[in-house]
Design a protein around this ligand. Structure first.
Ligand code: GAP
Length: 464
């Protein structure tokens, strides 16, 4: 008999999640073969499925199932004027301090002790913090890469870049662009296109998913703070007098989203962000925080951005961003409620919520109790013995049938003995393991094992 020993979510360690993610092909350090690139992560076969399942669920809930939502997919590289008008060129900064002893650079507001260097341990070696802009800058076209971007290598650095000759090149400041630090601006710049093409009634939203890039001073805690990550954002355009009711609407929708991800309600917390801590564009922000193994941290944000962005675009582009209410002369620049979701933080919360350990027949078992709609693999199909061609042939038939009904979500697994296969599938969160045995050959029935209870049921192939 199996003794069940549940590991509560709060005691899950970050190392457990990182180790499982690597061991089972979810997430690897980016550029691992060359020693890695800090703040970047690569998704393996199961990670990419889990991530897509999360992103597709979001798109279905917030775009496909709503009549008031329009999807866009804007370019990552945008005209530099976007980032000037949005305030990012001037204010998207973190405070950076440098240790005069070891030259280590740190984000001042994340230091445990602001007087002590966490790298060399010296005290009083930090000078004044400087504002470090987190946008990755680049040049569009063959007009850049000069001393502005390169400068001299740091003292003692081994410079392998072979940049001789480049330093003398001139550059065109108009060619400067940035990798977008948020997907939101790609939505605002398409607001007018959507209004002109689709004439939506207010309130309506524009949604986008995609990569965002931030040159974080201290990327850390696995995918939690990365330099390249994905966002799922909505800009919801409302009448200026009605922002409060739309804000409440989105509080409710965010909670429905957390439930759909399988996050325990008691692990998600609402933080009303005080004025001093809010982003420059926000008049009200709620951060939804989650109890990660690293502590209670931001999962996503919900902000009232007023008409900050559209008014800036109107000023900078000299094009009207006004909305005219149908059948009236009433015109105004709409205000905006912005639910901003981070994919990596959602994925990490899903893994933490699903991680379990128990004991089966005296042995420790690790499994992911993922909601079935998020699990990368829904069915694993195995012949009981892989050296019996009649079992393998029948199992292939079942595999083909299930794959047709659940494209991309069925795994063929004949490695090792059946116990090992179950362990492997448990660790990747497969809810159902289907085994083809000798009885299958007689009556077309198979066993299906439940991941969470480990109980097996016999059922006919047609009833799976
Ligand atoms: N458009 C508003 C905006 O970008 P934000 O609070 O800076 O607001 C929104 O970011 C969400 O993006 C965060 O709540 C988080 O989920 C995710 N996010 C931000 N920076 C991140 C990073 N360095 N790594 C992973 N996710 C990040």
């Amino acid at each position: 008999m199996s003794g069940i020993l549940l590991v509560m979510e709060k005691s899950v360690k970050l190392e457990d999640i990182v180790s499982l993610a690597k061991r089972r092909g979810f997430i690897y350090q980016g550029s691992n073969v060359y020693g890695g690139l800090s703040g970047t992560w690569d998704y393996g076969p199961l990670g990419v499925s889990l991530k897509r399942n999360i992103m597709n669920l979001w798109w279905r809930m917030f775009v496909d199932e709503r009549a008031d939502m329009y999807g866009v997919d804007a370019a990552i590289l945008m005209n530099q004027k976007v980032w000037q008008a949005s305030g990012h060129v001037d204010t998207f900064t973190d405070p950076l301090v440098e240790c005069s002893h070891c030259k280590g650079r740190f984000r001042e507001d994340k230091l445990d002790d602001p007087n002590k260097c966490p790298a060399c341990g010296k005290e009083g070696t930090f000078g004044e913090a400087r504002a470090f802009n987190m946008m990755f800058r680049t040049f569009v076209g063959p007009s850049g890469q000069n001393d502005l971007t390169i400068g001299e290598p740091m003292e003692g650095a081994d410079d392998k870049h072979n940049l001789q000759g480049m330093k003398a090149m001139t550059y065109d400041p108009n060619a400067i662009s940035y990798l977008r630090p948020e997907t939101a601006q790609g939505i605002f710049t398409n607001y007018k296109n959507v209004v002109d093409n689709f004439y939506p009634d207010l309130p309506f939203g524009i949604a986008q998913q995609g990569k965002a890039f931030r040159n974080e001073i201290s990327p850390r805690d696995f995918v939690f703070r990365s330099r390249e990550f994905e966002q799922m954002e909505i800009e919801y355009f409302v009448h200026p007098d009605k922002w409060e009711e739309s804000f409440e609407h989105w509080v409710t929708k965010c909670k429905e989203w957390f439930e759909a991800l399988g996050l325990p309600a008691e692990s998600v917390h609402e933080l009303e962000v005080p004025e001093d801590d809010r982003a420059h564009y926000s008049k009200r922000t709620i951060d939804f925080e989650f109890d990660y193994p690293i502590g209670r941290e931001e999962l996503m944000g919900l902000a009232y951005r007023t008409d900050f962005d559209l008014a800036n675009i109107q000023r900078a582009s000299k094009k009207s961003m006004e909305y005219q209410v149908k059948g009236t002369n009433e015109k105004f620049v709409p205000h905006v409620i912005e639910p901003s979701f981070g994919v990596e933080r959602a994925l990490m919360a899903v893994l933490v919520s699903a991680y379990r350990e128990d004991e089966q027949n005296g042995e420790k078992r690790i499994y992911l109790a993922l909601p079935e709609h998020l699990a990368p693999v829904k069915y694993a199909v195995s012949p009981l013995l892989k050296n019996k061609p009649e079992l393998v042939d029948k199992a292939r038939e079942v595999y083909a049938k299930l794959s047709k009904e659940n494209p991309g979500r069925v795994m063929w697994d004949d490695n090792g003995n059946i116990g090992k296969r179950y362990r492997r599938q448990d660790e990747i969160g497969t809810p159902h393991c289907v085994v083809i045995d000798f009885q299958t050959l007689e009556d077309d029935s198979v066993t299906i094992r439940n991941r969470d209870t480990t109980e097996q049921q016999r059922t006919s192939i047609d009833n799976i």
